[in-house]
Design a protein around this ligand. Structure first.
Ligand SMILES: Cc1ncc(COP(=O)(O)O)c(C=O)c1O
Ligand SMILES: N[C@@H](CCCC[NH3+])C(=O)O
Length: 447
């Protein structure tokens, strides 16, 4: 894994995007395919906007992570970060592959359990767990709770004691390491809200052994997301290793280190994070400690497995040098470009579009915000009204971050596997938008 991410100034061409996304191919008749299934056929039947997920890509990437850890001689449990994509079909697949889950809410816990992931393979992270969520987790016999503050440690012990149980816990440590990623998804700096300050961790760990409701087993850390080099991982793990040695020297046992998630993918022309390099970093810093290890990947396994299909509503010239392409997908579907200025590849679905000349366009959604912009100055082939495109790498932090802003119903979702496809979420109807709303009777009477 390169020590510095590789960026060139120019955006990748359509052909280069296809090279870095082997799950996508172009058939001369059917156009863009995901895992051998024509995306136009899905859009014809389901309409747009529509999320499409390739189960084969997800399975292959989860297995590659597992193999990378095993080949490094490491005993590592893989807990998929449910937040990246919490669809029941995805969680069912994850459970069937033998992996566990990393959850951050009672809702995610309920989903993971409903999908058949055993409670003892579930780890609960998150900076603010409510009493109700902790009760739910402890009563289900969840595998591990990663504690993020001294206050939370006391609350967990009290709740577990009340339930007549003992919760297995690690302390999530904030190592004050810069993950060198977007500021909004950096979690391991002292200024971030996450984890227990490094300097407080040893004393709090010792204190945990005096509490009746918890069984301390070790430490966790998670320094951020879309991390492209091993440097910050090694820095964070080195600090955790130092902590393990310190608390052991004080006579307290440590049997678990949870190494978090965060491995980055290739959206534009980055060299994507390599699970083998991550395994190397874990082994180098933590391999000699004789602890059970875990990782919590979300984006890496499922990000590249998904695309968001959309149709051009219109091309707006507006007397400008660069026209606007207004899509039927918007920031309420894919929030990442508005929220993090994220770059997502855009490919046409039509086969002939791949050999046409390209010109610049700004690609936007129809929502009433200028931030509803997917791309500026993007080189694309001619795309007229109703032409279809795919926004790439939307399997992680895509559908899960959707909203119904501007009264736009949630988009349909489709799963592709073994050359077949199936709708896994019906498009929401307009009526469903207000089905849980009540108009107070005094107002209803007046109308
Ligand atoms: C505690 C924890 N674990 C795992 C993840 C998954 O991160 P990623 O999707 O970058 O692998 C996150 C999100 O950043 C997280 O907060
Ligand atoms: N939502 C972020 C990732 C957050 C990671 C959660 N800890 C993204 O889309 O990049």
């Amino acid at each position: 894994m390169a020590e510095t991410p590789v960026y060139t100034d120019a955006d990748p061409t359509l052909a280069e995007l296809l090279q870095t996304h082997p799950q996508l191919t172009v058939d001369p008749t059917c156009g863009l395919m995901l895992e051998g299934v024509a995306l136009n056929a899905i859009a014809d039947s389901v309409g747009t906007p529509c999320w499409v997920l390739g189960a084969g890509t997800l399975r292959a990437r989860m297995r590659r992570m597992h193999t990378a850890m095993r080949n490094a001689g490491l005993d590592v449990s893989i807990h998929y970060a449910v937040k990246a994509n919490d669809h029941l079909a995805i969680l069912t697949l994850i459970g069937q592959e033998g992996f566990g889950a990393d959850i951050v809410s009672g809702g995610e816990l309920a989903r993971a359990l409903k999908a058949g992931i055993p409670a003892d393979r579930i780890v609960f992270s998150g900076v603010g767990k409510t009493d109700a969520e902790l009760e739910q987790a402890i009563s289900h016999g969840i595998g591990q709770i990663n504690v993020e503050s001294a206050e939370e440690l006391e609350a967990i012990s009290a709740i577990a004691t009340k339930l007549g149980k003992q919760a297995t816990i690690t302390l999530r440590v904030n190592p004050d390491v810069d993950a060198k990623t977007h500021a909004k998804i950096t979690t391991g700096l002292a200024a971030n809200k996450f984890g227990i300050p490094f300097q407080d961790a040893a004393a709090l760990y010792a204190h945990a052994f005096t509490l009746p409701g918890v069984r301390p087993v070790g430490f966790a850390t998670h320094i951020g997301s879309q991390i492209l080099t091993t440097t910050p991982y090694r820095a964070a793990y080195a600090r955790v290793a130092e902590l393990v040695r310190t608390v052991r020297a004080a006579g307290n046992a440590v049997s678990v280190v949870d190494c978090g998630g965060g491995l980055g993918i290739c959206y534009r022309n980055e060299t994507e994070g390599q699970p083998e390099a991550l395994a190397g970093a874990i082994k180098a810093e933590l391999g000699g400690l004789g602890v059970k290890l875990a990782i919590e990947p979300g984006r890496w396994p499922i990000g590249p497995a998904g695309v968001l299909l959309s149709s051009v509503i219109l091309r707006k010239e507006q007397g400008m040098d660069v026209p606007f392409l207004v899509l039927d997908a918007a920031m309420n579907e894919l929030l990442r470009p508005s929220m993090y200025d994220a770059w997502h590849g855009i490919l046409p679905l039509a086969p002939q579009a791949f050999s046409q000349p390209v010109s610049l366009a700004h690609v936007v959604g129809p929502v009433c915000e200028s931030g509803d912009t997917f791309a500026r100055d993007r080189l694309l082939p001619p795309l007229a009204r109703n032409a279809r495109i795919a926004l790439l790498d939307t399997g992680a932090y895509g559908a899960v971050m959707s909203s119904t802003y501007n009264s736009r119903p949630l988009a349909a979702e489709v799963l592709v596997e073994d050359g077949q496809w199936q709708v896994i979420r019906q498009r929401q109807s307009v009526e469903e938008l207000w089905q849980d709303e009540t108009v107070p009777s005094h107002l209803a009477k007046a109308t």
